[in-house]
Each structure stands twice: as C-alpha cells, then as structure tokens.
Design a protein around this ligand. Structure first.
Ligand SMILES: Nc1nc2c(ncn2[C@@H]2O[C@H](COP(=O)(O)OP(=O)(O)OP(=O)(O)O)[C@@H](O)[C@H]2O)c(=O)[nH]1
Ligand SMILES: [Mg+2]
Length: 378
C-alpha cells in the first residue's frame, strides 16, 4: 500500500517527466569543408558516438543531417552538415543557407526554430582557408540576425606546431578577410588535450539568451562540470525557498506531503541539469524511462527515511527552517551523486546509473550533506 507521501512523489515525478516531452532544445549548426572534423567535434564536446566520423568519403550525407536530441539522448539538436567537396562549395552553401537564415523545423509542431549557435569548422591540418569559407563567414557576419552566433572552431590542433602557429596564421587571415572580432577556438578530438574546448563551451552557453535553452546546453556538454553544478545549486536554492514558504505556517508532520512535489521536482531538475537523465537513457538503449523511474523510487524511499534523520521535527510539526533544511540536504546529496558520476563519465568510465542512485547511495549522500550542513552552521 502506498501512503500519501509515496503517492505524491510518484505523481510529482511522473508530472515532471511528462512535461518534459514538449520541451525545446537549443539548435547548434556545424559548417565547414568535408573532412574538417565537424562530426568529430560533436563527439568530443558531448562525449557520445553520435555522428559518424569519416576517413575517406563524406559520411554525413545530404548536406543537413539533423540529430534531434530527443532521439539521440541529448538535450540539444545538432545540425551536422555534410561538408562540401572542392568545387561543390556553391551547392553546399545554397543548401545550408535556408537553414542558417530560417532555422529548422520543430519535429513535433512543424514550426521553425532559429539556430542558436554556429560552429564553423576549419582544420589547421589543411593550412588554408577556402574561398568558400570566407564567403560563407562574410555573409554570416553581414547578417545582423545571426552574426553574434557564429564562431570559428579550428580543428585538429593536435597537428599544429607546439606554439599554435598554424592556427594563428589562419586566424589572422580570417580576421583580415572576414571581420576583425571573429571568435576563434582551437580544438582537437584527442580526449587528453582539452585546448580551447572549455572556452568554446563557455562562449557558446553565453550566446544562448534563453535560460532554459542555455541550461540544456550546459547539461549536455561533457567538459565543464562546475557549470553544471552551478546551475544545480540555483535549482536547489529555488526549491529551498519554496519549501520554506510552504511551511511558513508550521504544518503538522502528517501534512508534510505537501512539500514532496517541490522536492521531487527539484531532484528531477538537478538530474537533468547535469545531463544525467540523458546519460541514463542512452545507457539503457534509449528506454531510459526505466532507469529514471527507478531513480525516482529510491529517492522517494530516501526522502521518507530522511525526515527522522533531520531530527528537528518538534512536536510532530514541520516549520519553515526544517522544511528548508530537509530540501537543501536532499538537493545537495543528489547534486553530489551527479557530480561524482558525471566526472567519472567524462573520464571515460562507464556508469551504472541505477547503482549510482540506489537507495543506499542516496542515503549515504544525504548523511554526508547533513553533516556538512551542520558543520557550516557551527
Ligand atoms: N589528428 C586529428 N584528426 C582528426 C581530428 N578530428 C577529426 N579528425 C579526422 O579527420 C577525419 C574527418 O573527420 P570528420 O569528423 O568525419 O569530418 P567531417 O567534417 O564531419 O567530414 P564530413 O562529414 O565529410 O563533412 C577523420 O579521419 C577524423 O578521424 C583531430 O582533432 N585530430
Ligand atoms: Mg561529418
């Protein structure tokens, strides 16, 4: 038999997950000559084998392959263009131009969504900038609607000289011929060499005005863990305030179930903000709902056990302070689990997400969070 707590938890968890179905994602477009390393860049930034990487023939067919995040376990949509071959530059540009200017169609509503970020890839290994690259970049920079969303990503910088001479030369050419404040980042697909990838991620996040979309980008990228934690901390602070307000007039312990929707929504949000829901989903072959609902269950069990742990339930009444501290401890614990495991994922370990969020692990993390919280009070 489910008690009132469990019923509220399950309902809140399901509500949160179902509301996610129609969410929008940021749209990132990759441009550049065939073999520039566009597909490899996608795989390096998101740490997924998403886009096919080609050795010889162009792998990304039909000029505009759209990876709708929802189908690939990512919270961003990626428009990976098949790079142009020599002499086909005009065809290429004609076919990508409408996407650049008008955006892509939402897979559900059919409405157009704008492109938020353009990563224009140029390989330093080629040691040259194609005329077509200059033409396309110039057009973008002359278009007030999109000029702020483009940057140049120098790829294959592991093949550059030690002091990055090749990239420096190409950058100078671009700034002379395109515009003098074009942003450029040096990258490569070698996991040992981060180069400018963290900077590229920060810059890209900053170009996305909409907070929800920006959060989804930060959740999806797999380099800047602190940015993920920062946005989780904001979600925790919001929930702590809401829980305190809900118990501003102390509520009987038996009515503490009214706090549950706040706490459950917070937990689900934290997991999303780290990109963990997406990672858990792909690890189970896109049927991640199972993992997510298991995570929900073990967290529900832990919330129930936690209430006595906090041990300040005076006369069976929950006041604002207790409501806030329970919520803060839970949020901090979930954030810590996400942090540790995403870090492992970034380092190439494979993670069993069901284990990571077992009731036992959640309880352990909550005890640690509680100890830290009382230490900082002293
Ligand atoms: N050394 C080195 N090689 C790279 C790097 N990035 C990509 N490559 C290689 O360059 C080749 C082309 O990479 P892709 O990522 O398929 O290039 P693309 O731009 O997607 O190519 P198309 O899909 O044909 O337009 C592959 O053989 C990659 O292994 C890098 O950072 N360093
Ligand atoms: Mg490709």
């Amino acid at each position: 038999m489910m008690n009132k707590f469990e019923e509220n938890m399950n309902a809140a968890w399901e509500k949160y997950q179902s509301e996610k179905k129609n969410e929008l994602y940021p749209n990132i477009m990759l441009l550049g000559i065939s073999g520039a390393g566009k597909s490899s860049l996608i795989n390096a930034i998101f740490k997924r084998d998403l886009a096919k990487v080609s050795n010889v023939k162009p792998e990304t067919k039909g000029y505009g392959k759209i990876y709708y995040g929802k189908q690939y376990g990512l919270s961003v949509n990626l428009i990976d263009t098949a790079g142009y071959e020599m002499n086909q530059g005009n065809d290429y540009y004609e076919s990508v131009k409408p996407i650049l200017e008008n955006g892509i169609e939402n897979e559900h509503s059919g409405e157009n969504e704008k492109i938020h970020i353009i990563w224009y890839c140029i390989s330093v290994a080629n040691e040259r900038v194609e005329d077509m690259d200059i033409k396309i970049l110039r057009d973008i920079c002359n278009n007030a609607q999109i000029r702020n969303r483009v940057c140049v990503v120098f790829t294959k910088c592991d093949l550059d000289t030690e002091d990055g001479e090749k990239a420096a030369i190409l950058k100078k050419i671009l700034r002379d011929k395109v515009c003098d404040d074009l942003y450029c980042f040096e990258t490569c697909n070698d996991a040992e060499l981060e180069l400018d990838i963290p900077k590229l991620i920060k810059w890209s996040a900053n170009q996305i005005d909409d907070k929800d979309l920006r959060e989804k980008f930060v959740a999806s990228q797999m380099h800047d863990l602190k940015a993920k934690r920062k946005q989780a901390n904001e979600a925790i602070a919001t929930a702590v305030t809401a829980a305190g307000a809900a118990a501003a007039i102390p509520i009987p312990f038996s009515d503490a179930a009214i706090l549950v929707p706040i706490q459950v929504a917070m937990v689900a949000k934290i997991i999303d903000l780290y990109g963990v829901s997406d990672l858990a989903a792909i690890s189970k072959g896109l049927i991640g709902d199972i993992v997510i609902s298991q995570i929900g269950k073990s967290i529900s069990a832990s919330i129930l056990k936690m209430i006595p742990i906090v041990g300040q339930v005076v006369g069976s009444v929950v006041n604002a302070g207790v409501a806030a501290s329970i919520t803060g401890i839970l949020g901090t614990a979930i954030s810590a689990i996400c942090y540790v495991n995403v870090k492992k994922y970034m380092n190439g370990e494979s993670i069993d997400w069901t284990m990571a969020f077992s009731a036992e692990m959640v309880e352990k993390a909550m005890k640690a969070a509680k100890e830290n919280a009382s230490k900082s009070e002293e």
